[in-house]
Write a protein that binds this ligand. Structure first.
Ligand SMILES: *Cc1c(COP(=O)(O)O)cnc(C)c1O
Length: 393
């Protein structure tokens, strides 16, 4: 029955495990260990796996399991494994699948820490990596080798919001015997069904929209039952990036309102993009659902709305961008995204500071670029705040 539920119903009810007290709101099982009724049961769980029971919180925990089952139901994935942060999910997904001698093809436009794993860590362990312009399907095809095991990409790139054709890359990956791993944070599970588009493994930083209120770190990897249980779980349970039960509970409650929040934030982002486009102080407004976006048609095909983030290129470079940021009243200067509070980031000097000037140019991270994560405030108040910032430029 629950398979036929619509997303909003799944987000509220899927994965619930009620205790003997029949609580309405999910319980926090803040326990490291579990008691066995007898020695034979203990032996059996270690020998044959815990089944629906538990052994130790590094392997699994009832509150964490509720979060995993709820997000898996939403995504339509067979199974999921939660992690202490989004980066633990990226690390676990990639390191569990790869070994020395394998080859990875990756989109070049990656979140800074993802880039560190792919560009610096994987080659240290004998994994070869080729970077491509993610929007160029011919480049993906040309980069494939007989030993390509994984194709990796962020569905909407950070901070320039390039849209990558998931089904196109999936086809190329599968034709070459590789798996497609998608970091779907910016697209969100609400607006983009990456698994239906052909992704084999999906990663979320739950820190972003899933918490959605700036409280906890968390992450999750979704995929087939065979991948999650036979490949990922042994890696994660022995390396220790377990999600805390308390944080899992926060994420579980975050999921209940995820659809409502993402849709409201997306609607405001579209409103702001529409109203700011053409402003004389802006060289460019980047938003996938604006007709001016280079992959607008693909975005419309692949995503059900434009997302919660837009990027603004302030004319006049870094000094102008800083004047804009410093004049904002409601929008906060910070570096998270997907939060209830709107947040503006200057990628060139913060999240992407580490990149060389050449890499910044290649990725379109100009001195005037601002990434704006749109929150839950009134959209007219946000527009007035952004206009105030632009007046100060
Ligand atoms: C934030 C983010 C991550 C890392 O998540 P953490 O929870 O901060 O570890 C990975 N990928 C993308 C696209 C992100 O935005």
């Amino acid at each position: 029955m629950s398979e036929t539920w619509k997303p909003r119903t799944k987000l509220v009810h899927s994965g619930v495990r009620r205790s003997q007290y029949s609580e309405v709101s999910e319980a926090i099982y803040l326990t490291q260990g579990f008691v066995y009724p007898d020695a034979e049961t203990a032996e059996d769980r270690f020998l044959n796996g815990p089944g629906d029971g538990f052994i130790y919180a590094r392997y699994g925990n009832p509150t964490v399991r509720m979060f995993e089952e709820r997000i898996a139901a939403l995504e339509g994935a067979e199974d999921a494994f939660a992690t202490a942060s989004g980066m633990a999910a990226v690390n676990g997904a990639l390191f569990s699948m790869l070994r020395a001698g394998d080859h990875v093809v990756s989109a070049r436009a990656l979140f800074g820490s993802c880039l560190f794993i792919v560009e610096t860590l994987l080659p240290r362990f004998g994994v070869e990596v080729s970077f491509v312009d993610g929007t160029d399907l011919d480049a993906w095809k040309a980069a494939m080798r007989p030993n390509t095991r994984v194709c990796f990409l962020e569905a909407l790139s950070n901070p320039t919001l390039e849209v990558i054709d998931i089904s196109g890359v999936a086809e190329i990956a599968h034709a070459g015997g590789a798996d497609l791993v998608v970091d779907n944070v910016f697209a969100t599970p609400i607006l983009q069904r990456s698994m239906e588009l052909g992704a084999d493994v999906i990663i979320y930083s739950a820190t972003k929209h899933i918490d959605g209120q700036g409280r906890c770190l968390g992450g999750v990897v979704l995929g087939s039952r065979a991948y999650i249980r036979d490949t990922l779980e042994p890696y994660l349970k022995h390396t220790g990036a377990a999600l805390s039960p308390f944080n899992a509970w926060v994420m579980l409650k975050g999921l209940e309102t995820l659809d409502l929040r993402v849709r409201a934030q997306t609607e405001s982002a579209q409103y702001l993009a529409d109203h700011l486009e053409g402003d004389a102080k802006l060289a460019r407004v980047i938003f996938p659902y604006c007709a001016s976006h280079p992959q607008h048609a693909l975005a419309k095909r692949q995503m059900s709305a434009g997302g919660t983030v837009l990027s603004l290129e302030i004319a006049g470079g870094q000094a102008a961008a800083f004047r804009f940021l410093n004049a904002l009243d409601i929008v906060l200067i910070s570096n998270n995204l997907g939060d209830a509070k709107s947040i503006a980031t200057h990628p060139a000097t913060t999240t992407h500071q580490r990149l060389s000037d050449a890499q910044k140019v290649e990725l379109g991270i100009t001195p005037g670029l601002i990434r704006l994560s749109v929150g839950l405030e009134d959209k007219a108040d946000l527009l007035a705040d952004l206009r105030g910032g632009l007046a100060a430029v």
